[in-house]
Design a protein around this ligand. Sequence first.
Ligand code: FES
Length: 158
Amino acid sequence: MSTFAFNEENEKKFQSLLTRYPDKASLSLPSLWMVQYQEGWISEEAMVYIAQKLGTSAMDIQSIASFYTMFNLKPVGKYHIQLCKTLSCMLCGSREIKNHIENRLGIKFGQSTKDMKFTLSEVECLGSCGTSPCMSLNEDYKENLTIEKVDEILDGLK
Ligand code: FES
């Protein structure tokens, strides 16, 4: 028995989406997004919950959730920094940006600060190569990064 449940808003969304898809399993991705927006991350309990609702196995849901790096499979901080590690960003200085953020926050990729204010992740191309180096900060893109710009961004976060 799962301890997770959709909140009222997500349950309504789920019920509405059910009417639009002939196959319940097609709701795997939307359901995972709803969990992440609700909780900030996707727990094993939430995967079991989704599997039960969709009539599939928790293993299927887990394999989908773990395939996409945009799904957080452990709790993340208030500010989730996802720095691009792919070629254009690397050629434009993402390694220096990475070193600077790691030193400033005292964490490495895949870690969160003790106060859970920041989580730092590395990701593949964010699709913004023309404005390399770039990172996402929660839902926003921060582009044409320099060390000074990163400091300005981090200084502005409460
Ligand atoms: S290589 Fe970084 S956004 Fe594409």
